[in-house]
Design a protein around this ligand. Structure first.
Ligand code: HEC
Ligand code: HEC
Length: 322
């Protein structure tokens, strides 16, 4: 955060300096200096002022306190619930909260490294019982999953991820697993967003969609190989994070470029094609799918959930872009 404040101070200094030069140029007797200097310095003043406003707004959005929605949850911690939670954590949390993409959730790599653009320090912390969650109640964790907001109102990076689509039952199952997982010591550096990340937040390219809203009950359709259940898996599984809101492959940065148009590809695939691609990383044309596409993680879904996902995508109306 300090870097953002220093960067803002630097921008404000530039705005003042170029504003001063513009005024001086305007007073010049020499026509070339008067017009050329005023326009050039004036444009630079406006440019730096706009950048300062955007980064300033994003920094404010990241620092200001958010409403702490009231939550009350009871976690039974039955063996079935813990098993469901472990399955979901391996699919959904391990890709970020672990160095190798597998359980336990001992904390992950800086998300900035994979995004290809400097986002600052965005380390998913250790969330085993010896890590970050030891100071959080079940309700606090539930609120973080839904809205990204910590008990003191700080907006965490979790607010930017689609974990909030998990149903109440699935979110509780994940918490049951977290509480019963093996404690492992270790910490990760705290969140320190770069000016660029602040700008992306200010421009609405990264949105903390749940942070302002009251927390509402979320139910999932019954787990079965149906389109409806598949849509639920696509939502919490973040297909839209890279493939865009309409799944045509048009998500803006910081999503990686090059995600395929799923509305055109999957309707032409058999169930077998889809299963093989997600479980082996080789698509029906024999091509190795890029490691940017998290097929290894998606391939961890059980047969019912993977088939549901297939049925949902297979039933999409093709939308041709460009
Ligand atoms: C896309 C990457 C990503 C995914 C997926 C993800 N997390 Fe996180 N998580 C983060 C990052 C980054 C932070 C650090 C946030 C911060 O400090 O602002 C975090 C922080 C947390 C925290 C601590 C919040 C705090 O108080 O600092 C909890 C609890 C948490 N995650 C739970 C989960 C669970 C459970 C899942 C799976 C259901 C999950 N996360 C999936 C990236 C992710
Ligand atoms: C981190 C970004 C990211 C996420 C999240 C993501 N994808 Fe992808 N996906 C990609 C990229 C990039 C490609 C293009 C890969 C290539 O061309 O090798 C791709 C390609 C695909 C393809 C076509 C593969 C081929 O060989 O034609 C399918 C199908 C697919 N994704 C399904 C999904 C589904 C289903 C989800 C959600 C469960 C999902 N993706 C989530 C980035 C992502």
């Amino acid at each position: 955060m300090l870097i953002n404040i220093l960067f803002l101070a630097f921008l404000v200094a530039l705005v003042i300096a170029f504003g001063f030069v513009a005024v001086r140029a305007w007073r010049s007797q020499n026509g070339v200096v008067k017009w050329g200097g005023t326009i050039l310095a004036g444009l630079l003043t406006v440019l730096f002022a706009v950048v300062a406003l955007v980064v300033g707004k994003g920094t404010f959005d990241l620092l200001r306190p958010y409403p702490v929605a009231p939550v009350s949850v009871t976690i039974e911690g039955t063996p079935e619930q813990i098993a469901r939670g472990e399955y979901l954590a391996a699919f959904l949390c391990a890709s970020c909260h672990s160095q190798n993409g597998e359980l336990p959730l001992t904390g992950g790599k800086n998300l900035s490294d994979d995004s290809g653009i400097p986002l600052g320090d965005v380390y998913p912390p250790n969330i085993t019982p010896a890590g970050k969650i030891k100071d959080l109640s079940d309700a606090d964790i539930f609120r973080i999953l839904r809205s990204g907001v910590e008990p003191d109102g700080r907006l965490t990076a979790m607010g930017f991820f689609p974990v909030r689509y998990l149903s109440d039952d699935d979110a509780k199952a994940v918490i049951a697993y977290l509480r019963h997982s093996q404690p492992v010591e270790g910490t990760r550096p705290p969140l320190s967003p770069s000016p660029l990340l602040a700008a992306l937040v200010a421009l609405g390219m990264i949105k903390a969609e749940g942070a302002e809203l009251p927390i509402q009950p979320v139910t999932a359709p019954p787990k079965a190989a149906t389109k409806e259940y598949g849509e639920y898996v696509a939502n919490f599984g973040d297909c839209r994070g890279c493939h865009g809101p309409d799944l045509t492959g048009n998500a803006p940065p910081p999503a990686p470029p090059g995600a395929s148009n799923l509305t055109v590809i999957v309707p032409n695939w058999s169930k077998d094609d889809f299963f093989k691609t997600m479980r082996t990383g080789i698509d029906p044309t024999g091509r190795q799918v890029s490691p940017v596409m998290p097929w290894k993680t998606i391939g961890k879904l059980d047969d019912v959930e993977l088939e549901a996902l297939y049925l949902y995508l297979h039933g999409l109306t093709p939308i041709n872009v460009k």
